[in-house]
Design a protein around this ligand. Structure first.
Ligand SMILES: O=C(O)CCC(=O)C(=O)O
Ligand SMILES: [Mn+2]
Length: 193
């Protein structure tokens, strides 16, 4: 599938704008907000348990528990809407996913710091498919060793595919902004072994 390619080396990302139409996105935003059990995220930082304002929902096949930032998450079951999105992204990404992490950012004061999704339970060769709904937000990559930077805007209805070995060599972050921006939901479909 033709997309916008951004990383100069050591990985491969494809940005696909307008995969979902604006009407479908508005409806999905509402349905996801109401049909999932959203919790404040909990991260272990310097030995302390931090609770974020950003909300998360972890969805997946039974048995797909996932540990990140020192906290183990048990999945909630798939909803019909999430299964439909999953099928569409599996065709685009040519890969099967068994879990999805959803993040709900209420405004520009919420973001996600530098990290890579390189946990051992993720299938290392599988891409991560990241779908965005709502406000467009800046997403940045920084090379882990030489600190090369690259950024793009993740727009409503877009999909970003992060192919292997991107997570090995690059960190990414969802940049906070003082610009007034509305809420945004991001869905990252993942393959857990
Ligand atoms: O909100 C985003 O676009 C990124 C979220 C992310 O990096 C993650 O869930 O691991
Ligand atoms: Mn990530």
């Amino acid at each position: 599938m033709p997309g916008i390619h951004l990383l100069p080396k050591d990985g491969h990302i494809e940005y696909l704008p307008s995969i979902f139409d604006p009407l479908a996105c508005t409806r999905l935003f509402e349905v996801l907000t109401q049909s999932l059990d959203w919790r404040c995220d909990q991260l272990l930082m310097f030995g302390k348990l931090i609770t974020t304002k950003r909300k998360v929902a972890w969805v997946g096949d039974e048995g797909c528990a996932y540990t990140y930032s020192g906290v183990k998450k048990e999945p909630q079951p798939w909803t019909p809407e999430l299964l439909q999105i999953k099928s569409k992204l599996e065709v685009i990404a040519q890969c099967e996913f068994n879990s999805c992490l959803l993040n709900l950012y209420h405004d520009g004061s919420e973001g996600m710091g530098w990290h890579s999704d390189d946990e051992p339970e993720l299938v290392q060769t599988a891409p991560i498919a990241s779908m965005s709904l709502g406000a467009a937000r800046k997403f940045s990559f920084k090379h882990k060793t030489d600190k090369t930077n690259a950024s793009l805007m993740l727009e409503n209805g877009s999909v970003l595919l992060m192919h292997a070995p991107t997570q090995t060599f690059w960190n990414h972050s969802l940049v906070k902004t003082t610009r007034p921006v509305g809420p945004r939901i991001n869905l990252t479909f993942r393959a857990i072994q």
